[in-house]
Write a protein that binds this ligand. Structure first.
Ligand SMILES: *Cc1c(COP(=O)(O)O)cnc(C)c1O
Length: 421
């Protein structure tokens, strides 16, 4: 039996209607930018396996550092104990995180990083004797699938069964360069009616919405207004973090810095699941007290797993290396040239790019998980490129180690696709 056949017996996949899509492709190997399936077909991973494997799959340097840690200390609870990999990681991260971040709290995935951020914001106000229970978030944002994260996410098509259990969230549109005053007026209205505890946002790029890029200046105005109103600002950098936008973090493009930052995905270079919620000293200080109950009683068993910390440190070493920084610039330049080449194609409605992220919208209307999207995905896979369209958006987020030839092939299959849609 093939893996594809054996899969069907006991496995339940995420984001899947098994009745309509019973099959899953079995990948047996990944190296650099190449995925290999059980029939021996190769695919260029043009979305870095959901924005994680940015230094290439099975990166030798990262594996070596991880393996070394595995022989030294595998797991120890992080309540009552500490260890060198967590300490070093906190030191290295604070060096590159946006100004103001000073404390590192560990989680194990992007959703729980957001969950912890939401609880931190609520308890920050609670500890200060300020009753604030309402959140603010962008329309069409995505922050994860646990209850708090699902509540603040605005892509709610599939959240129907849970809606009545979600926390109260006010929505604002993303800034487009012309609507900033309108957004500020909305926030003013919300903050007189409700006590806004925090504003959570994907800085500059909304990944799941289809790599939608918004206006940095407008976002800055929103953040600066939130700061005046003690509405805590939470940057969800789970997708944008670690070089995707051409800077270490998307928040580096914006003058006003967040109070809290959520990190995951590329944090551990696609090797091991881990996440972090970082915050300013002021947030941390609001939890200091002689009263136990004012502490942050939120914990995951694998918090700060030493192996994952070692992996993350190796990832950061690569990220800040001149080689990777050079590659990011080269990919960004290549995207710019590709954008010029295709933006006037009759089937292209719009294009955008920042750092290693490139996206185009097709004129065609397409459901998020509809037929045309499936056909397009198959079209790319048949040509040896893994691209995963979202609605009518085709986007690229390639590993920083992609070769010129591989990147050209990614562009080429997109151009071919434009001829047939
Ligand atoms: C992927 C993602 C999450 C959720 O992370 P998981 O590890 O899948 O739970 C949250 N926020 C953003 C912006 C993401 O891209």
């Amino acid at each position: 039996m093939t893996l594809k056949q054996r899969d069907k017996k006991h496995l339940w996949h995420p984001l899947k209607q098994h009745q309509l899509h019973p099959e899953s492709l079995a990948i047996i190997k990944a190296k650099g930018c190449i995925l290999t399936d059980e029939d021996g077909n190769d695919y260029i991973d043009a979305i870095s396996s959901w924005y994680t494997s940015m230094y290439g799959h099975c990166n030798d340097y990262i594996i070596e550092k991880t393996y070394k840690q595995m022989q030294q200390l595998d797991q120890i609870m992080f309540s009552d104990f500490t260890h060198e990999p967590a300490i070093s990681l906190s030191e290295e991260l604070i060096k590159i995180l946006p100004d103001g971040q000073n404390k590192i709290f560990f989680n194990d995935n992007g959703s729980t990083a957001v969950e912890a951020a939401i609880k931190m914001a609520l308890q920050f106000h609670f500890n200060s004797g300020d009753k604030r229970a309402v959140f603010m978030a962008f329309e069409n944002g995505f922050h994860g699938d646990t209850f708090g994260a699902m509540s603040v996410s605005g892509l709610s098509v599939y959240n129907g069964p849970f809606e009545e259990f979600l926390i109260d969230v006010k929505r604002i549109p993303t800034p487009d360069g012309n609507n900033t005053q309108h957004i500020l007026n909305l926030i003013k209205d919300y903050s007189t009616q409700d006590n806004l505890a925090g504003f959570i946002y994907e800085p500059l790029v909304q990944g799941a919405a289809g790599m939608k890029i918004h206006d940095a200046h407008g976002l800055n105005e929103i953040l600066s207004y939130c700061k005046q109103q003690q509405i805590l600002t939470i940057a969800d950098e789970v997708m944008t973090g670690f070089g995707k936008t051409g800077r270490y973090f998307a928040s580096d493009h914006i003058t006003t810095k967040p109070d809290i930052i959520c990190l995951s995905k590329a944090l551990t270079a696609g090797l091991i699941p881990m996440a972090i919620t970082s915050c300013t000293q002021a947030i941390y200080d609001a939890f200091l007290s002689n009263d136990m109950a004012k502490g942050f009683f939120h914990c995951h068993t694998y918090s700060a797993n030493p192996i994952a910390c070692a992996t993350a440190i190796a990832g950061i070493e690569l990220l800040i290396s001149s080689e990777i920084q050079h590659n990011i610039k080269q990919i960004s330049k290549a995207h710019e040239a590709f954008e010029l080449k295709i933006k006037n194609h009759p089937n292209v409605k719009s294009t955008r790019h920042i750092g290693v992220i490139f996206a185009l919208d097709l004129h065609t209307k397409m459901e998020r998980y509809g037929d045309l999207r499936d056909k397009l995905l198959k079209f790319f896979m048949d040509r040896g490129v893994f691209l995963r369209p979202l609605g009518n958006t085709i986007y690229i987020q390639v590993p920083y180690v992609i070769s010129d030839t591989q990147l050209k092939k990614v562009y080429q299959v997109i151009e071919e696709a434009l001829e047939i849609v």
